[in-house]
Design a protein around this ligand. Structure first.
Ligand code: NAD
Length: 290
């Protein structure tokens, strides 16, 4: 079974749109999401553009502040503070990475936890960790939602996460270990210190790869029937494509799909879920829910 993130993300966006219309009708509230884009990193520009487009599609209000990479840390913090105090804005997102002279953590912590729809603020991460409802960060939240909507129940299953980043590996492991009906898994996190990665991956009922390396996970490393969630987004050379490159995940999809019971493709798996869940978080920040 191919887990179709494109289809599920569209379903979620449709639900968010309806819920946003209801919020406007009943309470006169339009969810508002602000973006701060520092510098001219093409990937960041493209992410902010896609998120802005999603706002438009769902009837959200959005505001984008584009600032030069030379902005001082204090000016950036002042901008964050302005959005923190702007009643039209319910969610605020500072697109990462930031230029080296700016302390990223300081900026994340300056965002009001109530508007932190990226779920990166330590207050929200702490709440997630102890199982209090909060803004879950969008990619891990998208993975949980994909499992839920495909009726893949992680309860009692061995979930093996490869990668320990603060935005994917650690939070998804944390979410799935919670004693909740959509989680309750036995979770292992493996990372670069693993001497024999196969030892861990072979035990996985559900494997989540967040490595950032093409073909990091091959068929030989997995057991038949495994559910594979491929978070990786890697651009590789492909002379047969028009652009000369194409996107692949961390998993050798063509071979692994022969033994997996379910697998996410790249593109079209976890990727589209990230924006959909950001919209769910923004709706929630504005007082709505799907
Ligand atoms: P990261 O570089 O911060 O973390 C990668 C992790 O993989 C590290 O913790 C490292 O310990 C581990 N790792 C690297 N090589 C390994 C190896 N050989 N064996 C075992 N562990 C290894 O990356 P990230 O931000 O977590 O992102 C991971 C991938 O997911 C990237 O390709 C990124 O582009 C993608 N990503 C996708 C989305 C999405 O929306 N689909 C969102 C975020 C990240």
């Amino acid at each position: 079974m191919i887990i179709d993130g494109k289809k599920i993300s569209q379903e979620i966006k449709n639900e968010v749109k309806l819920a946003a219309e209801k919020l406007k009708r009943e309470k006169g509230i339009i969810p508002g999401l602000a973006f701060i884009l520092v510098g001219d990193n093409p990937a960041s520009q493209s992410y902010v553009k896609s998120k802005g487009k999603a706002c438009e599609e769902l009837g959200f209000y959005s505001a984008t502040e584009r600032v030069l990479a030379t902005i001082s840390e204090s000016d950036l913090l002042a901008m964050v503070n302005r959005f923190n105090n702007d009643p039209k804005i319910h969610g605020l997102l500072v697109q990462l990475p930031l230029p080296k002279h700016i302390d990223e953590q300081k900026v994340i912590e300056a965002i009001s936890p109530a508007k932190d729809v990226d779920g990166f603020h330590p207050v929200n991460i702490g709440k997630m960790m102890i199982g209090i409802d909060t803004f879950y960060s969008a990619t891990p939240y998208g993975i949980v939602e994909l499992l839920k909507r495909y009726n893949i129940n992680p309860s009692g299953k061995h979930v093996v996460v490869i990668g320990r980043s603060n935005i994917v590996g650690k939070p998804v492991a944390n979410m799935l270990v919670q004693k909740k009906e959509w989680a309750n898994a036995i979770v292992t996190i493996a990372h670069t210190a693993a001497k024999d990665l196969s030892y861990y991956t072979k035990q996985a009922d559900i494997l989540i790869a967040a490595v950032g390396k093409p073909n990091a996970i091959t068929k030989e490393m997995l057991k038949p029937g495994v559910v594979v969630i491929d978070v990786g987004i890697n651009r590789i050379d492909d002379p047969s494509s028009k652009t000369g490159t194409r996107l692949v995940g961390d998993v050798d999809f063509e071979h692994v799909k022969e033994i997996a019971s379910a697998i996410t493709p790249v593109p079209g798996g976890v990727g589209p879920m990230t924006i959909a869940m950001l919209m769910v978080n923004t709706l929630k920040a504005a007082g709505g829910k799907i």
